[in-house]
Design a protein around this ligand. Structure first.
Ligand code: ADP
Ligand code: ADP
Ligand code: ZN
Length: 214
């Protein structure tokens, strides 16, 4: 099963992608997580990506596309995978379609987690990310049982720099300009499915599994 998660920043793509990956035993590939781990490890890619991420801008396609296409060629992707945060531009989507077509493959579904802009700001200002393992929480909707520490690994939780309100507005406008056109792109390929992402997490998950098992 090959899936794409679409949706605004903070819509719940990562939350759902982790649950789907666990249920169907497929790798969860998050470009945001890949960039953040490069930043943490002080790589050249991390240094370049950070300049854009801190401003709420997209990392250029030249730094993003090959990274993902190479990742998809690894052994653990044979049975499928779930892409979270990629593609985010029409050129990224076209590059993905072309790379798969070369191997006679295609994506199964692009799932749009639809959440109105009004809900996004509170989702992002309440998000807490683990500095150790990347797990995400929400101070109201999904608090850590260990307070300010991660339930999984015990490391401290932080508000991501790019989740501060000034950057969130920028990211939302970048989403509408550069990423939202993918909804039409995958609609045209006949693989778009939309779920109401404003529901509680478990209801969103139930809606997605219903689509995958239909
Ligand atoms: P969110 O889950 O809140 O949407 P991500 O973790 O997916 O955030 O992404 C964080 C940042 O990483 C983005 O704002 C962008 O700067 C960069 N990024 C992630 N994926 C991509 C991509 N496919 N193309 C360009 N930039 C990306
Ligand atoms: P994305 O990957 O799309 O940026 P996340 O999965 O990180 O989004 O979710 C953003 C924030 O909203 C997190 O703090 C998460 O715990 C919370 N969240 C995710 N899904 C829901 C939901 N259905 N209802 C309420 N809060 C949610
Ligand atoms: Zn952790």
């Amino acid at each position: 099963m090959k899936l794409i998660m679409l949706g605004a920043p903070g819509a719940g793509k990562g939350t759902q992608a982790k649950m789907i990956a666990a249920k169907y035993q497929i790798p969860h590939i998050s470009t945001g997580d890949i960039f953040r781990s490069n930043i943490k490890n002080g790589t050249e890619l991390g240094r370049k990506a950070k300049e854009y991420m801190d401003q709420g801008l997209l990392v250029p396609d030249e730094l993003t596309v090959d990274l993902v296409i190479d990742r998809l060629a690894q052994d653990d992707c044979q049975k499928g995978y779930i892409l979270d945060g990629f593609p985010r531009t029409i050129p990224q989507a076209e590059a993905l379609t072309a790379a798969l077509a070369k191997r006679g493959e295609k994506m199964d579904f692009a799932i749009d987690v639809d959440v109105p802009d009004e809900n996004i700001v509170s989702r992002m200002s309440g998000r807490r990310a683990c500095t150790g393992c990347g797990a995400t929480y929400h101070i109201v909707h999904n608090p850590s049982k260990k307070g300010e520490l991660c339930e999984v690994c015990g490391e401290p939780l932080v508000l991501r720099d790019d989740d501060k309100p000034e950057t969130v507005q920028k990211r939302l406008s970048v989403y509408h300009e550069q990423t939202q056109p993918l909804i039409e792109y995958y609609g045209g390929q006949g693989i778009l499915r939309t779920v109401d992402g404003a529901q509680p997490m478990d209801d969103v998950f139930a809606a997605i599994t219903k689509i995958l098992e239909a």
